[in-house]
Unconditional design. Structure first.
Length: 346
């Protein structure tokens, strides 16, 4: 890691530590955020002069570049903006987005993606950005599980519209900076049914796609909604989308909460699977993709030094690849100094 003047940022740098603005809840950037023009401008406007950044590794490339991801999100925004008026979705436009995600995942399998997905987003951007993120994460889980390309394509399509039903829920409820009333929460829960209705009205007939949208809030133990389905009675697409959905929601800043660190979000998924809420096989596949210590996690090592996770090996998930404070890259699975992880800085 190294300190760098904000005015000297050129784009592509990865923020190492949470950057706070003027208030205690004003999170300008989270660990793993990738610097682009918008983030640089935001930092400058907040009067922030220095930020701590990761020194990028020389090997590998991101799963998909920032420009491609932003283009997909812009397309999704346009589709959502139109769907708000008509309650009909552009199926062909959605298929283009889902196909692009699948092609990127299949072509560049195994590369880093979390820093891009976890870039700070505004409340207004959350809905369509969240859809794309869940699509990317779901397709990566499906790849790890060995699903066919056809199945991954259908799953990804379902994932990028899993919350489309929220278009029928008033914004003042969705973005309320407070706990919802029981009546309001009951209305929010209906977005699963609203989503299926919008999909059917748009000519979508595939039952797996429809079930992924309708059932992504069901829980393995029957405690989910709306139908209280259990275990294998829950569509497999919905079980995959549920894991991706929860992770991205936890790791995102919302008007009513600060973002969780990737490590804390992964830990919560493990807890939920242990409690029988989530499909353990799906959660394990997700961890195989992002690691127990996801990229961007800040660690304290046994020698007292601070390090940031920059990569993971699937066969040694407890020993990530880290970047030391002096910029040295160390593979903890192969290091000869017997460095161990002492604790995680959340």
């Amino acid at each position: 890691m190294m300190w760098k003047r904000v005015k000297d940022l050129v784009g592509g740098e990865i923020i190492s530590e949470k950057v706070m603005g003027v208030g205690e809840h004003d999170v300008v950037a989270t660990p793993g955020s990738v610097v682009d023009k918008d983030l640089k401008d935001k930092l400058l406007k907040r009067g922030i002069e220095w930020v701590l950044i990761d020194i990028p590794r020389k090997t590998g490339k991101p799963l998909m570049d920032e420009k491609a991801l932003e283009e997909m999100k812009e397309k999704m925004k346009n589709i959502f903006d139109e769907a708000i008026k008509t309650l009909i979705v552009d199926v062909e436009g959605l298929k283009e987005i889902s196909d692009q995600i699948v092609d990127e995942v299949l072509t560049n399998w195994g590369m880093k993606v979390l820093p891009l997905l976890l870039m700070a987003k505004s409340e207004d951007e959350y809905t369509y950005t969240h859809e794309v993120n869940v699509g990317v994460l779901s397709s990566m889980i499906a790849m790890q599980l060995g699903l066919s390309k056809d199945a991954i394509s259908k799953l990804t399509f379902s994932a990028i519209i899993h919350d489309i039903g929220k278009l029928k829920v008033p914004k003042e409820i969705l973005h309320a900076p407070r706990n919802l009333s029981e009546k309001e929460f009951e209305l929010v829960k209906l977005h699963t049914i609203f989503g299926r209705q919008i999909c059917e009205s748009s000519g979508i007939k595939d039952e797996d796609i429809l079930s992924g949208v309708e059932s992504h809030h069901e829980k393995m133990d029957g405690s989910g909604y709306l139908r209280g389905l259990t275990g294998n009675n829950i569509n497999f697409f919905a079980r995959i989308i549920a894991v991706a959905d929860i992770f991205d929601a936890l790791a995102s800043k919302r008007v009513y909460k600060d973002p969780w660190s990737p490590y804390r979000a992964v830990t919560e998924l493990v807890t939920l699977s242990t409690l029988g809420k989530l499909d353990r096989k799906v959660v394990n596949a997700f961890i195989s993709v992002v690691g127990i210590y996801p990229v961007g996690t800040v660690l304290i090592l046994s020698n007292g030094s601070r390090a940031v996770v920059v990569g993971n090996k699937r066969k040694v998930l407890t020993r990530p690849i880290v970047e030391m404070e002096d910029g040295l890259i160390v593979d903890l699975s192969e290091n000869k100094k017997n460095l161990n992880i002492l604790k995680v800085i959340d």
